[in-house]
Design a protein around this ligand. Structure first.
Ligand code: MG
Length: 256
């Protein structure tokens, strides 16, 4: 079922969006060569406790997950691109890290992801990350009243294609509000001008993720981490975006 929120309800989502943005900015600023993924998770967990927020991940156990997630943030490194389960790993120079984080604050969920390189970046990794950012901006630009859902998908797909990346549409954007994952699914590619007509009050997590060499993924033995089949690296950019009469409102915008 697709939920449409009132302007007052969208306002109530703002604190969740601000908090998710703060946590990701803080983690990006403090994560460097040598940082352990379990410490990234622990820092996020401490901030959740301090804020009195609720993790959307720790007990999360959907059909595609091997077991309850057990952590509060996804840490996907290099050829891992989505749902990276934190484990005892100290980041190395040049690692590409994607952090995906969703929490509930006062009953409202915000969901956002950021990718960055620790230490010395490779040119191709920066280009890949930039492609997901540009694709996300294009998706947000298409999240307008009167457009259709397919316009968002097409905007993402066009950026990916123009930069030479194939797109996997198995996982993509989704409705978000009182729960982390609601209808509709927002594929990261597809024809423009089709699908649901966008109306004020629809709140979507838009999340282009791309891999540099393939569009095929495989699940790790940990039951969660999704990795490219060919070892090529992946990147991921995500924001929670409310469609309003005044245009798209990015609830998880990071000022830093
Ligand atoms: Mg997310």
């Amino acid at each position: 079922m697709i939920e449409y929120l009132t302007p007052a309800e969208i306002d109530q989502m703002r604190p969740a969006g601000v908090f998710v943005a703060q946590v990701l900015a803080e983690l990006q600023a403090t994560t460097t060569v040598g940082t352990n993924l379990l410490d990234v998770d622990a820092r996020a967990h401490a901030m959740i406790r301090e804020r009195g927020a609720q993790s959307c991940y720790i007990d999360y156990h959907p059909s595609f997950g091997g077991s309850p997630f057990g952590h509060v943030i996804c840490t996907s490194v290099n050829d891992a691109v989505l749902h990276g389960l934190p484990y005892d790993y100290a980041l190395r120079d040049g690692d590409l890290l994607s952090l995906d984080f969703a929490v509930s604050v006062d009953g409202w969920v915000a969901d956002s992801a950021v990718s960055f390189v620790v230490g010395t970046p490779r040119e191709q990794d920066l280009a890949l990350i930039e492609a997901t950012r540009v694709a996300l901006d294009a998706a947000i630009g298409a999240a307008r009243v009167g457009n259709r859902l397919g316009d968002i998908s097409a905007a993402i797909g066009a950026v990916a294609r123009a930069r030479g990346y194939a797109v996997n549409t198995m996982f993509g954007g989704h409705g978000v509000g009182r729960t982390m994952h609601g209808d509709p699914h927002v594929p990261n590619n597809g024809p423009a001008g089709r699908g649901l007509r966008l109306r004020p009050g629809l709140v979507l997590a838009l999340e282009p993720w791309l891999m540099s060499g393939t569009d095929q993924i495989v699940t790790d033995p940990d039951g969660w981490t999704l990795r490219s089949v060919d070892g090529s690296r992946g990147a991921h950019s995500e924001h929670t975006v409310a469609i309003t009469a005044d245009g798209p409102l990015v609830l998880t915008a990071r000022s830093a």
